[in-house]
Design a protein around this ligand. Structure first.
Ligand SMILES: NC(=O)c1ccc[n+]([C@@H]2O[C@H](COP(=O)([O-])OP(=O)(O)OC[C@H]3O[C@@H](n4cnc5c(N)ncnc54)[C@H](OP(=O)(O)O)[C@@H]3O)[C@@H](O)[C@H]2O)c1
Length: 307
């Protein structure tokens, strides 16, 4: 079977599609026939070498997000072959990952796909909806509280705006000036453009400062001025964690698989409370070209590979 692999560190030109053995699911695992696999910024970290080198003669797989159908199950897994599913393939540094014709993952990383949803859209849910949902759990927000979501037009940020709304939390969405209509359409309470003094712009709307920030644009210190004394700031990037000040609780979150949460997020997408967005699709054979486009900004939806 074919899989996207990287044999050396470099730019997107090191991304190749290679023939690899079809793996057998072990106990507690599921093999998925992948119909769609979304690209994420973290995929570039594989070929850039941020997750470590590739040993001589070996290769690393690429991809965290897949949608497809159950193809085979290991001991102890009760899913029926043929069931449409989505999977959050969170383990890094494996020789085959989600961007492949078949993916073997732990059952706790799998959930039913939203009924009736195109696989390319469904494939954009796992990593980024899980990140947004788990990040919100780090924020002690009550209904009526206000959250600033930076990078709100991106995948993490867009889901965060929608999920905050399901919790009764008001959101100020920070995006590029052209993103205002998109973000108000996703349910943001108000919008600020991501230029100039972010703290001052936010405090024009909420003079005392917001109760929390989910920093999907990795603004770091530049967004701290928006937070009220004693509020909470959640970073999604280990390399962008602002220094604590004014009693603000600064936290970091890394997404991890949880089957029940993924199933809940899938159900929200099925009823239209989460909005998956796809910008471009490529056949798996053009994975290199897809990865070359991954590092361009300005896209308002995921790039998705179709095996
Ligand atoms: N911790 C975790 O487990 C985890 C999981 C997933 C993602 N992440 C990280 O979370 C971040 C967001 O991921 P993503 O997939 O949502 O990325 P994305 O889709 O590229 O979204 C980022 C958004 O931020 C916008 N942005 C950046 N700087 C801005 C500014 N100054 N003003 C306004 N908008 C700005 C971008 O706009 P443009 O496109 O116009 O630049 C884009 O819309 C990435 O750093 C990613 O690595 C972490």
């Amino acid at each position: 079977m074919l899989a996207v692999v990287v044999r050396t560190i470099g730019g997107p030109e090191v991304v190749e599609v290679a023939e690899v053995p079809l793996a057998v699911p072990g106990p507690g695992q599921v093999r998925i026939k992948v119909a769609a696999a979304a690209l994420n910024p973290a995929d570039a970290a594989v070929w850039m070498g941020i997750w470590g080198p590739v040993e001589a003669g070996e290769h690393l797989g690429v991809g965290l997000d897949a949608a497809g159908t159950v193809d085979a199950v290991g001991l102890g897994v009760a899913r029926a072959v043929g069931t449409p599913v989505i999977a959050f393939d969170a383990t890094i540094r494996r020789p085959v990952k989600a961007q492949a014709e078949y993916l073997v993952v732990d059952d706790f990383a799998v959930a039913p796909a939203p009924t009736g949803m195109d696989a390319s859209l469904a494939a954009t849910i796992p990593l980024n909806a899980m990140t947004a949902s788990q990040a919100l759990d780090h924020l002690p927000l009550r209904p009526g509280d206000t959250l600033l979501v930076t990078g709100a037009a991106g995948a993490v940020g867009g889901y965060a705006v929608e999920l905050a709304r399901t919790r009764g939390v008001r959101t100020i969405a920070l995006g590029r000036p052209a993103d205002e209509e998109l973000l108000l359409g996703l349910g943001a309470t108000s919008f600020v453009p991501g230029r100039g003094d972010v703290g001052a712009a936010v405090r024009q709307l909420v003079p005392g400062g917001v109760d929390g920030v989910l920093d999907a644009a990795a603004l770091g210190d530049a967004a701290m001025g928006a937070v009220r004394d004693g509020g909470t700031f959640v970073s999604v990037r280990l390399d962008v964690i602002p220094a604590a000040q004014r009693g603000i609780n600064v936290r970091h979150t890394t997404a991890r698989p949880e089957a029940d949460r993924l199933a809940y997020l899938s159900a929200l997408a099925e009823v239209g409370l989460l909005t998956p967005r796809v910008a471009l699709t490529y056949p798996l054979s053009q994975a290199g070209e897809a990865h070359a486009r991954l590092i361009e900004g300005g896209r308002r939806g995921r790039i998705v590979l179709l095996p």
